[in-house]
Design a protein around this ligand. Structure first.
Ligand code: ARG
Length: 463
């Protein structure tokens, strides 16, 4: 087939080269954005009288028809036409004749593809944000049910201090909150209109870039044509924000996997979100969580790929940049599917409150509370730490829990200890005592939940 750029060529492109260079198999996904961008471009060309208004109208009608054909599945994409842009333009010329050849005036595929990708990511970011909010909501709902559920908090994966399950769940809410902020910030750089940069230098024709930006609802246009066609920072930022988000989803998954393990028994995973083993009849495997954890690796890989593709490129456009699309598409798909499956799974996870509470007692989880008790009685913290350590040692040697000791035994270690000590060393009182801002006391946790819900209401009201 004769190429749209075939003028200066005598021979045909080698078949192997055609398939080697073609991006159609993946960039076909951009078709709708490509048409949307072309429509805005052609309206501008008409308004500026760069092409006759009647040609602009003809092109618009042709593009609308192509859109319908693609939607209906009757459009024939041809791999030999390299990419989605060429396919649509070629079909337009075939459909409306030579006037179709005016669409590409004052434009190059270099600014065109940058525009398409920005339009695509702008939509996807708003999808990802919606899904993030949904998962956050699921976490808050679970937290609300568990403001009374005690569990051991861990450091080094060793039991450390009692905490509320609600507090633990809300830690993930905060991570996702930062993810939302990162995507919103990334959107500022995505939301810049590159069209009109042409191949790299701009154009001699009297285009109106601001008009195109208005039509496509971009708040800003790019400032430097060379930068505009060679910039993929916005792709890097999107994948990087996605990588951080995946790290959060992976940590959550890992935690649920551990908690569902028999040794922990903290949670029961829903049947609908687990799978069986083909050989061991008793097994119930947390595959959804494992795949979320595993797919984090893909997104990290995509980040490394796009950073590497970009690192050695001289200005301006280079074909290497076609390699941006598969990583970004797969990142979008991976992130969205993980968010969907986790937010559907979240409400179905059953927390074994009794097992968690039992695990929060014993194990000297309130030793720090004892030390802080001594501090309140005037003892320097370092001494309080040592005295408490001695009490723990005494308990271990006598095979006792701290709450088994009587007042006389406590006072062997410090005369500062009084009868009130017993109301400080239970898991429940330990948690209630953590009233410092951001701490795990029910008061603090409830206040944070109220704040989050109030804000949620405001968001919904503002639409
Ligand atoms: N398929 C190309 C890409 O994805 C479109 C831009 C091609 N530009 C060019 N000068 N060959 O990057």
């Amino acid at each position: 087939m004769k190429k749209l750029w075939g003028g200066r060529f005598k021979g045909n492109t080698d078949k192997v080269v055609e398939s080697f260079t073609s991006s159609l198999s993946f960039d076909v996904r951009l078709w709708n954005y490509d048409i949307e961008g072309s429509m805005a471009h052609v309206k501008m060309l008409g308004k500026q009288k760069i092409i006759p208004r009647k040609d602009a109208a003809l092109i618009l009608r042709g593009l609308a028809e192509i859109r319908e054909e693609i939607q209906a599945g009757t459009f024939k994409f041809r791999d030999s036409l390299e990419d989605v842009h060429m396919n649509i333009e070629h079909a337009l010329i075939k459909k409306i004749g030579p006037a179709g050849g005016k669409l590409h005036t004052a434009r190059s595929r270099n600014d065109q593809v940058a525009l398409d990708l920005r339009l695509f990511l702008r939509d996807e970011i708003s999808e990802v944000e919606k899904l993030l909010r949904k998962l956050q909501q699921a976490l808050v709902s679970a937290a609300e049910k568990h403001v009374g559920t005690l569990m051991p908090g861990f450091t080094h994966l060793q039991k450390a201090q009692p905490v509320l399950l609600a507090h633990h769940l809300l830690a993930y809410f905060e991570m996702l909150e930062r993810d939302c902020e990162r995507f919103a910030d990334c959107l500022k750089r995505v939301n810049v209109m590159p069209l009109g940069s042409a191949a790299l230098a701009g154009t001699t024709l009297p285009i109106d870039r601001k008009f195109v930006a208005q039509l496509l609802k971009f708040p800003r246009i790019s400032e430097n044509s060379m930068d505009a066609v060679s910039d993929r920072d916005f792709v890097i930022e999107f994948i990087s924000s996605s990588a951080v988000l995946m790290a959060h989803l992976s940590r959550f998954s890992e935690e649920m996997i551990i908690w569902s393990n028999d040794e922990f028994g903290f949670v029961e995973l829903p049947d609908a979100f687990t799978t069986g083993s083909s050989i061991m009849p008793q097994k119930k495997n947390p595959d959804v969580l494992e795949l979320t954890r595993g797919r984090t690796g893909r997104v990290y890989g995509h980040l490394m790929a796009i950073l590497t593709v970009m690192k050695g490129l001289p200005l301006a456009y280079n074909r290497d940049m076609q390699e941006d699309k598969e990583p970004v598409f797969d990142t979008v798909d991976t992130v969205k599917s993980c968010l969907i499956v986790l937010s559907e799974m979240m409400p179905e996870i059953r927390f074994n409150e009794k097992v968690m509470a039992r695990a929060a007692e014993g194990g000297f989880l309130t030793a720090t509370d004892l030390a802080e008790y001594l501090v309140r009685k005037g003892m320097p913290f370092r001494d309080a730490h040592r005295v408490t350590g001695e009490i723990v040692r005494y308990c271990i040697d006598g095979n006792k829990r701290m709450s088994d000791l009587n007042l006389k035994e406590f006072r062997q270690f410090s005369k500062l200890i009084g009868g009130d000590i017993f109301s400080y060393i239970s898991a429940g009182s330990s948690v209630s005592g953590k009233k410092s801002y951001g701490g795990t006391s029910p008061r603090m946790v409830q206040a944070r939940i109220r704040q989050i819900k109030k804000r949620g209401k405001r968001f919904r009201a503002e639409g």
